[in-house]
Ligand binder design. Structure first.
Ligand code: PPS
Length: 293
């Protein structure tokens, strides 16, 4: 058993977070009974999952928008494959909202009916790497990162939850015609949250007025999520996920281009070479810098 096996569950070519998984449930994912009006957020880890959970929950739940009901976002938008806060998650009234880090080839076969709505959020992989690196030192369920140099190799080799970033994104993008899917870019959400909220609400066919949109945008900014214990998963992180110290948060910097503060020139050049090779031929657009248009 190599070191990562203590933390990772290798199943059908993909790495799951071992401590949150049940192998029987994974075996049955293919036959998971979906409803036509289910909505799924799909992400590679550290790409804006919680952010999109918050936005979707605000779009669907008036009581969340108006702050009249206190409920954990994860109870409104639970994980499909991970066992965390999954009380009654199947029998919720429609439309049910879920999130998942699954690769395209492991999702329930019902996804291919092209009715289930999928919102795939992707983020430039250098910022994903840096976010993951920090998070690995926060959470007890992830293997600690020694230093960025070795963590970058681990990330590029896919020996992390979510496996190889390039495979995740390419897989979903290249099979997009098999699904009813909207691609959202973290960086565009960051640059223009209001338009992004509109785009998501149009995709899920929810008619919202200007006040609703204002309320959603307001509660989905990084600063407001960071200071809201429910939006930032404070209690869940501490009590259910488990942290190594009191310093760790899901909401760390929430910006574009933090990789520039961490990667050396040499590391960055190596990353670029690999990115160019692995993403060759892909038409996906990326934003690497906050000032980029
Ligand atoms: S996880 O563990 O996979 O669920 O993590 P995930 O939620 O996908 O990603 C965490 C990163 O998303 C950032 N984040 C945000 N950025 C901008 N605006 C908002 N509102 C927001 N909410 C979360 C969060 O800060 C993590 O990125 P880093 O770079 O570490 O700050």
């Amino acid at each position: 058993m190599d070191n990562t096996d203590e933390y990772l569950l290798h199943f059908k070519g993909y790495n799951f977070e071992r401590s949150l998984c049940d192998i029987d449930q994974l075996e049955n994912l293919d036959d998971f009974e979906i409803r036509d009006d289910d909505v799924f957020i799909v992400t590679y880890p550290k790409s804006g999952t919680i952010w999109t959970q918050q936005i979707l929950s605000l779009i669907y739940f008036e009581k969340h928008r108006k702050r009249t009901e206190t409920m954990e976002t994860l109870d409104r938008v639970p994980f499909l494959e991970y066992n965390i806060r999954k009380v009654n998650y199947l029998n919720r009234p429609s439309p049910r909202l879920f999130c998942t880090h699954l690769p395209y080839y492991l999702v329930p076969k019902g996804f291919k009916n092209k009715k289930v709505k999928i919102i795939y959020v992707y983020r430039n992989p250098k910022d994903v790497l840096i976010s993951f690196y920090h998070f690995s030192n926060v959470v007890v369920r992830l293997e600690e990162a020694q230093d960025l140099e070795s963590y970058m190799e681990r990330f590029l080799d896919g020996k992390v939850v979510g496996s190889v970033w390039f495979d995740h994104i390419r897989g979903w993008y290249e099979h997009r015609h098999d699904f009813n899917i909207l691609f959202m870019m973290y960086e565009e959400m960051k640059k223009d949250l209001r338009s992004s909220v509109y785009k998501i609400s149009r995709f899920v066919e929810k008619d919202l007025n200007e006040d609703d949109i204002d309320a959603i945008v307001n509660q989905a900014t990084f600063q407001n999520m960071k200071s809201d214990p429910r939006a930032n998963y404070k209690a869940i992180l501490k009590n259910e996920i488990g942290t190594r110290t009191d310093e760790g948060h899901f909401m760390r910097k929430g910006t574009i281009g933090d990789w520039k503060n961490h990667l050396t020139v040499k590391q960055n050049e190596r990353f670029d070479r690999i990115f160019q090779r692995k993403m060759k031929g892909s038409t996906l657009k990326f934003i690497w810098d906050i000032n980029e248009g």
